[in-house]
Design a protein around this ligand. Structure first.
Ligand code: ATP
Ligand code: MG
Length: 317
């Protein structure tokens, strides 16, 4: 059985089609990334998958239960960290957790035991009786995540959980998600941080203007744009003359300055690296650093999004 099975899911707002017949499956245990530019339809999709918004057309099954028709059973299997926080400012951390536990129908014993565990995991125990309105952004995000986990769901939906978090909090959150996934939780994550998607997700869907433009492993998405390989080099002297010579190396198609480094784009990074070493030797220059850089997920993302946009524009009457 699939953890999530989406078939032709569509959502209209008046005459505007926010999500346009999307279909994909997520296997149990997957860490699935859902990426796309602002306004692409990610939040609208998550809202439909979690029963907060009704599809205009199509279906979504969560662990086999139709979210629109069998919402109660579907909801037992997932937790949500929404884009806009769902915590009660005037309640304490503890009471927010109790409230979430009640919503999921947990017994008093069960929800108090889970709440204690969660406060420990998220390092919030000392704030358990403090009202949320004094909490920092990171503390709120941790509490929201804790509330989504109170009933130990099989699947976790997260809509940009790390946005606005500092480096440390976002690392902590990613570690927690990684660990949960290793322990078996299926994760559906929306993010604008491609590095995050690259390291966490085993598969990524890219949505553009309400349609799925690609679904694949990050490694395969990168392979779709092989041509953007490059060699990044930094020499102890980077005069305009040197830069010009390096850019003129055979098979270098274009070059770009990146800080004190020069990035040489080429289909043959090995040959270019050899030529750089030879050039440096000949001109008594020291190589401070040299790296061959494959296409990044960011390059792949931009290329896929632009292609899909052009395709869609071309389609308009
Ligand atoms: N309640 C609504 N009424 C009308 N239009 C809406 C509504 N909710 C979303 N939309 C529109 O649907 C489109 C998709 O919005 P959505 O919030 O799903 O995008 P998103 O991919 O989550 O973007 P972001 O990255 O900015 O969060 C947008 O054009 C948005 O304006
Ligand atoms: Mg959104």
């Amino acid at each position: 059985m699939k953890a999530i099975s989406v078939d032709n899911l569509t959502r209209d707002y008046g005459t505007f089609r926010a999500v346009d017949h999307i279909s994909f499956d997520v296997e149990p245990g997957e860490f699935f990334g859902f990426l796309g530019p602002n306004g692409a339809g990610k939040t609208t999709t998550i809202r439909m998958l979690t029963g907060l918004s009704e599809p205009t057309e199509g279906t979504a099954l969560i662990m086999g239960y139709d979210i629109a028709r069998d919402t109660y059973h579907a909801k037992e299997h997932f937790g949500v960290v929404p884009e806009v926080s769902n915590i009660y400012e005037d309640l304490s951390a503890w009471n927010n957790l109790m409230f979430a536990g009640e919503l999921y129908g947990l017994s008093y014993t069960k929800r108090t035991a889970r709440a204690r565990e969660i406060l420990d995991i998220f390092d919030l125990a000392e704030f358990r009786d403090k009202k949320v309105h004094g909490f920092s952004k990171g503390m709120r995000r941790k509490l929201t995540l804790g509330m989504a986990l109170i009933h130990e769901p099989d699947i976790l939906f997260l809509d940009e959980p790390t946005s606005g978090l500092d480096v440390e909090s976002s690392l902590l959150l990613k570690e927690i998600l990684s660990r949960m996934n290793r322990e078996g939780t299926t994760i559906f994550l929306t993010t604008h941080t491609l590095e995050e998607a690259n390291t966490l997700c085993n598969r990524i869907a890219i949505i553009v203007k309400g349609r799925i433009a690609a679904v694949d492993a990050p490694e395969n998405l990168k392979k779709t744009i092989q041509t953007t390989q490059s060699v990044e080099v930094s020499l102890d002297s980077m005069t305009p003359r040197v830069t010009e010579d390096l850019a003129a190396i055979k098979t270098v198609t274009s070059s770009r300055h990146e800080g004190n480094k020069l990035r040489l784009f080429t289909p043959y990074p090995g040959d270019v690296a050899t030529a750089v070493f030879a050039y440096a030797g000949e001109h008594h220059l020291k190589i401070l650093s040299i790296n061959t850089v494959g296409p990044s997920l960011e390059d792949a993302f931009l290329s896929i999004v632009q292609k899909q946009r052009n395709h869609r524009t071309g389609e308009m009457p």
